[in-house]
Design a binder for this molecule. Structure first.
Ligand code: FES
Ligand code: FES
Length: 131
């Protein structure tokens, strides 16, 4: 997808050098896991967070099986949420990501996937605390 020169430097940078690729133990109590898919293209994104006692996200990792814009969106998303409280992370919008990466209109749903993945990871973490 990234053949065109019209893509932004930030986008190319995150695509070529994705940050925080990895996985954490899904069963750990302090880890929240979000797995989401985009029906339109079939791409899948897994984003995981580690949360400390004060409700702050200390670590974030991802694995994305999808297009370059989805990889870049999830990479940037992990950078964004690290160090934030859960409430702050919940407030992140896909437009925060797409604007920063200058995603073209056809790639907006890729950043939506990242927003959904953050929300799903937060929900999973909260669910675990109830048990
Ligand atoms: Fe990572 Fe700008 S894209 S800081
Ligand atoms: Fe579907 Fe990018 S094309 S996530």
């Amino acid at each position: 997808i990234l053949g065109s020169r019209s893509y932004s430097q930030d986008l190319l940078d995150h695509y070529e050098k994705p940050r925080n690729v990895g996985a954490m133990d899904k069963t750990a109590v302090d880890v929240g896991t979000g797995i989401v898919g985009a029906p339109a293209c079939g791409d899948v994104m897994k984003l995981q967070i580690k949360v400390d006692d004060e409700g702050r996200i200390t670590e974030a990792v991802f694995k994305t099986f999808g297009c370059g814009a989805a990889v870049a969106s999830s990479s940037y998303a992990t950078e964004l949420i690290k160090g934030k409280t859960m409430d702050e992370a919940a407030g992140i919008k896909n437009t925060d990501i797409s604007t920063h990466l200058s995603l073209p209109p056809v790639k907006l749903h890729c950043s939506m996937l990242a927003e959904d993945a953050i929300k799903a990871a937060l929900a999973d973490y909260k669910n675990k605390q109830k048990k």
